[in-house]
Design a protein around this ligand. Structure first.
Ligand code: MEV
Length: 325
């Protein structure tokens, strides 16, 4: 096997419809975004992962670990899982440097993008180019370390990109759009923990499975309708579906006063619809706007202290980089 420096990327994502229900086997619609993670792997005396701009450095747990016991334990464990995912017979330690362009704990899939980039770079370093499917499969173990019972949607989107329908245990289905769709992403400034929000929904599910299954079925119906509207580029009714999904996410108690406030402001400024994206409990909202109202909606949200950027939903196949040196 070749020992050389290599690079790989992982994308962030937005969930358009279906978060949380997707953990229970229902479908969801999501899109990869341009912001993500780039990782570079090169031969080194010891296995080492550096994550910038977090200023974090970890070695796999055990002898020689740099970090104090318990410090960045999740990341060190996930890195160990990434190394363990290399093919048998792979020989040689690796230093991986990852550059994260996504905010963490924002519902944009930063941990999955990091996992996909690190695992991709580790494999490229040994001359193994993984398919997007193999990469997302290997990144599932990474995601489990951070999020416990993760559905797999984040690692699939981080590896594949594009706009897609995801359902546990089924192949990811790309959604073909007639035209690109612009979406405003607004970060509330609140941090949201996916693990905690998934656990919160699981507690409710354990108490009242029947009620939650009804909510999930409602969300699944929005996913089905949303897919058709996305394909047709019919943004006004798509916005209405986002409103309905937001109401159902509130019923699951994963929204916050701040996220509700941002959604309301987006609507008041002329958005077709707005909802939280990802696990909730903080993080981002997404808003779909008529072209003429884009500035107004963005100004309304930045006026409330949110940090915004635009992303374009479009059909996209993952580009792989192999910068063997
Ligand atoms: C997180 O981006 C989406 C959730 O549905 C969790 C998951 O699917 O793993 C909340």
């Amino acid at each position: 096997m070749v020992a050389s420096a290599a690079m790989a990327t992982g994308r962030g994502k937005v969930i358009l419809f279906g978060e949380h229900a997707v953990v229970y086997g229902h479908p969801a619609l999501a899109a990869g975004i341009a912001l993500g993670v780039e990782a570079e792997a090169s031969p080194a005396p010891e296995n080492l992962l550096t994550v910038d701009p977090w200023g974090v450095q970890v070695a796999p747990p055990g002898d020689g670990a740099l970090q104090e016991p318990g410090e960045h334990a999740d990341l060190a464990e996930a890195f160990a899982a990434a190394i363990a995912s290399l093919p048998e017979g792979t020989d040689g330690a690796t230093a991986v440097r990852a550059e994260v362009a996504l905010p963490a704990a924002a519902g944009l899939g930063a941990s999955a993008a990091l996992g996909v980039a690190v695992i991709g770079a580790l494999h490229e370093r040994f001359g193994v180019t993984l398919s997007a499917e193999a990469l997302s499969h290997k990144a599932q173990a990474w995601e489990r370390v951070f999020h416990g019972n993760a559905s797999g949607i984040d690692n699939h989107m981080a590896a594949h990109g594009g706009v897609a329908r995801f359902q546990k245990g089924k192949p990811l289905t790309p959604v073909a759009l007639t035209a690109p769709i612009r979406l405003l992403v607004a970060h509330s400034g609140e941090a949201g923990s996916t693990k905690e929000m998934v656990a919160r929904v699981a507690e409710q599910y354990a108490r009242n499975q029947g009620k939650l299954e009804k909510v999930f079925s409602g969300i699944a119906a929005l996913v089905d309708q949303g897919e058709l509207l996305l394909q047709r580029g019919d943004c006004e009714p798509l916005g209405e579906l986002m409103q309905l999904n937001q109401a159902l996410l509130s019923a699951l108690m994963v929204s916050t006063a701040r996220l509700e406030g941002l959604c309301k402001s987006a609507l008041a400024a002329g958005a077709f619809g707005a909802k939280l994206t990802g696990a909730g409990g903080g993080g981002c909202v997404i808003a779909l706007c008529p072209a003429k109202q884009e500035d107004r909606v963005e100004n309304a949200l930045t006026g409330e202290g949110a940090t915004t950027f635009w992303t374009t939903l479009e059909h996209h196949r993952r580009e792989r980089t192999n910068a063997s040196a």
